[in-house]
Design a protein around this ligand. Structure first.
Ligand code: DQA
Length: 150
């Protein structure tokens, strides 16, 4: 395995209320905590000769800033914008600025839910979207980025 400092860095961004995973609506979002999801991403990244940096915020502007700070620093983005998926032009614009392969992840299948969840401001600018595979979706996204960036 290559030295980890040379491994391509992937930013993983989690939007609002995802800090409550584990207890939040488990019928939609499963029982894994965000900490457990992040730990599994770090383990998987090492297997794939990638590095991950994880970030969660309940604030739109903080998410925009985390993406802006990653410009020139990361080779790929995994983002679950959570409720901001359906509202945020600002996060969409930040993803366009970052301009790296991007996988949009949703734990639940947003297309099987309320009509307002079926619109994504990210989907048409993302490389791909994974929706409805639970926490495994993040790991599949990382595998996809390993193919795309290495
Ligand atoms: C979500 C779906 C969104 O509609 C919702 O607001 C979330 C989580 C998902 O992962 O399924 O917070 O992005």
């Amino acid at each position: 395995m290559a030295e980890s400092r040379q491994n391509p860095l992937i930013l993983v961004v989690h939007g609002p209320n995802l800090n409550m995973l584990g207890t939040r609506e488990p019928e939609h979002y499963g029982s894994q905590t965000l900490e457990a999801i992040n730990a599994s991403l770090i383990t998987k990244a090492a297997e794939l000769d990638l590095q991950v940096s994880t970030f969660q915020s309940n604030h739109e502007g903080e998410i925009v800033e985390s993406i802006q700070k990653a410009v020139g620093q990361v080779r790929g983005l995994i983002i679950n914008p959570a409720a901001f998926t359906h509202t945020s032009v600002a996060i969409r614009d930040a993803v366009l600025v970052l301009d790296v392969p991007t996988i949009e992840v949703h734990l639940s299948n947003i297309y099987k839910r309320e009509p307002f969840r079926q619109q994504s401001f990210i989907a048409d600018i993302a490389t791909a979207q994974i929706s409805g595979l639970g926490a495994s979706g993040y790991l599949y996204a990382l595998e996809a980025l390993a193919q795309l960036v290495t």
